[in-house]
Design a protein around this ligand. Sequence first.
Ligand code: NDP
Length: 289
Amino acid sequence: MKINGKTKTCGLIGKPVEHTMSPTIHNTLAKKLGIDLVYVPFLVEQNLTAAVKGAYALNVLGMNVTVPYKSDVLKEICEVDSLAGQIGAVNTLVRVNGGYKGYNTDMTGLYRAMTGYGIKIEEEEVIILGAGGAARAVAYLCVHYGAKKVYILNRSVDKALSIAEEIRETTGKNCIEAMALQDYTKLSEEKKLCIQATSVGLSPNEEEAVIEEEAFYQKIHTGYDLIYRPTNTKFMQLVKAQGGQAYHGLKMLLYQGIEAFELWNQVQVSEALCDEVYEVMKGEMGIEE
Ligand code: NDP
């Protein structure tokens, strides 16, 4: 690409940033749409305040925020989108007058990925596996989009309990319940959507799933695994073995980027272009599906 005096800059702040796929997403989009923009990773070892202030001073148009700063960055921004504010985590900063406005496109990206696969949350019974940062945001998303019931299951049940409590308080909705992993046996036989948000099964531990019993998977009609390395996780295999549909998390990664790009550039990216970017990502990861 040709960089000139008018080229806009976007970037990623986090630690580490070496393995990120975001430059691939954004630089491909900019090239295909003919937008004069370059996207670069910025390793922020420390001093997040200086990093955000410096980016604003340098006229940076927008940034993604990754581990470990998704919550801390809330203190550095002048405005926050309401879903991101409820979740308490921001992964996208959009330049506004006087600073940046924070959004959570991880969650809107997940929603768009699931919608694209024909998975719906509204009026569904949803099981969330895990109670880490991602699971917490997924739980907000499910409540926000009108799930009938959300069961949050985690190895450390206290973490699941505190997320459920917090969501009840913030949203005023009572549809979320926390449980220990092994308590899935208490769930009704009615088939449910399950979102896998633990790190179990992530490469190189590909032979693991957080619950392995067949009886659990008999309660699931659709499984969505946030993990995308590998692309056919043990969790997905177990869902499919009991007749369910199963999907990996690469589309979520794609759409969190697409939604950030759309916010920065005030454009609408077509599905055909999303597919093209997805092919580039798969090529970079060396995967067929
Ligand atoms: P966290 O470290 O915050 O949470 C990890 C979760 O996994 C916790 O619930 C933890 O349980 C559980 N866990 C870890 N090891 C075990 C184990 N041996 N047995 C049972 N449970 C276990 O991670 P994140 O929430 O940030 O991320 C979770 C996953 O989501 C990761 O795999 C990440 O790659 C993926 N992800 C994908 C995205 C995408 O774009 N597709 C975006 C964000 C995340 P406990 O509380 O008991 O420790």
